[in-house]
Design a protein around this ligand. Structure first.
Ligand code: ARG
Length: 256
């Protein structure tokens, strides 16, 4: 019996050591700040060979890395579907979400958002020969959106029917292949797709699409982490870091 107890204690100690080393059992372990993202959204997050955080690069990834560093921590990134991010945050799988995520009133009901760090708007990507010049022109067109993005909500609110895709690249391929007429998506990402594909252009309609603010999400009530994140963001906004990153990654992502 004694032997068994000793064995048990040793095993337990070993398991605990492994847990601290690998951060198993959830987020906020030791010195790691675990962010969730959906790396399908250049120039904010995309997969590359040698990114700011492992294989992940983009404006958000550089910001996340800096936030962790400012707080003496190391940033880790978990890549998942955009739709799963807020669920993963709420069940503690990740500490924060950084994903070009618009701080909408609806999302604010379930999570808390940091100081906004970027302003964007929805735009329409169309083929160069398209006769779409305003959002109302989409009424009788085949519209593509990305599932769970604010672009989907906008088109829904306008009362138009649409098809939703999992990835921006999939929707853009439909457009390039003539299977849909317009993709509604965030401005900076749209620019990247238009730069990558021949024969596409962007149509803006500021009267129809309100401006959106990107912010980092934390669990409701996690003021301790939110304060740390906000201090870091405020600093990066004030000293021009965010601007520099936006310029750097917009150029880089387009040149790739
Ligand atoms: N800004 C839009 C939203 O909040 C799209 C964000 C998509 N981000 C991503 N990492 N896939 O819904």
């Amino acid at each position: 019996m004694k032997k068994a107890t000793k064995f048990l204690t040793m095993t337990l100690a070993m398991v605990m050591t492994v847990c601290t080393l690998t951060a198993c059992g959830g987020a906020a372990k030791g010195n790691t700040l675990t962010f969730g993202t959906n790396a399908e959204f250049p120039p904010f997050e995309y997969v590359t060979s040698n990114g700011a955080i492992g294989e992940y690069d983009g404006i958000d990834m550089a910001i996340a890395k800096q936030i962790a560093e400012d707080n003496g921590m190391t940033a880790a990134m978990e890549n998942m579907e955009f739709d799963s991010l807020l669920v993963a945050l709420q069940n503690g799988q990740i500490d924060a979400v950084i994903a070009g995520m618009t701080a909408t009133d609806e999302r604010k009901e379930t999570v808390d958002f940091s100081t906004p760090y970027y302003t964007a708007t929805q735009v329409m990507i169309v083929r160069e020969d398209s006769d779409i010049t305003a959002a109302t022109d989409m009424a009788d067109k085949k519209i593509c959106v990305i599932q769970g993005y604010t672009g989907e909500i906008c088109v829904q609110d306008m009362g138009y029917t649409y098809e939703a895709f999992k990835k921006g690249t999939e929707a853009v391929m439909e457009l390039v292949n003539g299977k849909c007429d317009v993709v509604v998506i965030d401005s900076a990402t749209a620019k990247k797709y238009v730069g990558d594909n021949e024969g596409l252009k962007i149509v803006e309609d500021p009267g129809a699409f309100e401006s959106e603010e990107y912010a980092i999400a934390v669990q409701k009530g996690n003021t301790e982490l939110l304060d740390k994140i906000n201090k870091s963001i405020d600093k990066m906004l004030a000293d021009g870091t965010v601007n520099e990153l936006a310029v750097k990654y917009t150029e880089e992502a387009t040149a790739e």
